[in-house]
Ligand binder design. Structure first.
Ligand code: IMP
Ligand code: MG
Length: 179
């Protein structure tokens, strides 16, 4: 285990098994479709790569990078698109793949934006859900794990751009972000 981890919350094995299970549920629903699978950079990359390998429907891949202005517990109310999609979503069935839903700000705004651009349908697939932190009226359609209100790293998730490459989800030691 990395020295900055308090403990491992989800092992590689647990992640692998649950991601497969959820991807197969999604796959059944899209059997007759050709979804555009939108990964939200950068946190979703490892989850995304594992998720799409369990889909048998014909998928197209695309990515967006977004950030919310301001930080801390209260979002300031504007989504900043740092990298937009390459493809048009008009008429498409979109699957948004995101690492974690926290306040819900990012996904509430993103879902509305993609519908505004003419998407036929938009669903949200998340790896982690911090339910008790929700401030916006949005829920994932599929979620792999509900977690407690702890700051987690690994399997794509970062603190200050670090730890994304850890193969498990770990709880970051408080002393790392409180110093
Ligand atoms: P929301 O817009 O408040 O739902 O925040 C979602 C974003 O916050 C995620 O895409 C992550 O980038 C970040 N985030 C929230 N909680 C964590 C965490 O525990 N570890 C790493 N990133 C987090
Ligand atoms: Mg993110």
């Amino acid at each position: 285990m990395h020295k900055d981890c308090e403990r491992i919350m989800l092992t590689e094995e647990a992640l692998c098994a649950r991601v497969e299970e959820v991807a197969k549920e999604v796959d059944v629903r899209y059997a007759e479709k050709r979804p555009l699978v939108v990964g939200i950079l950068k946190g979703s990359i490892i989850f995304y790569a594992d998720f799409i390998r369990h889909l048998s429907c014909p998928v197209e891949l695309d990515f967006m990078a977004v950030s919310s202005y301001g930080s801390g517990a209260v979002s300031s109310g504007k989504l900043n698109i740092k990298k937009d999609l390459d493809k048009s979503v008009a008429g498409r069935d979109v699957i948004i793949v995101e690492d974690i839903i926290d306040s819900g700000f990012t996904l509430a705004n993103l879902k509305a934006l993609l519908y505004d651009r003419g998407a036929n349908s938009v669903i949200i697939v998340t790896l982690l859900n911090k339910k008790e932190r929700r401030e916006y009226d949005i829920e994932p359609d599929y979620n792999c794990f509900d977690i407690e209100n702890e700051f987690v790293i690994g399997y794509g998730l970062d603190y200050d751009e670090r730890y994304r490459n850890l193969p498990y989800i770990g709880i970051l030691k408080r002393e790392v972000y409180e110093k």
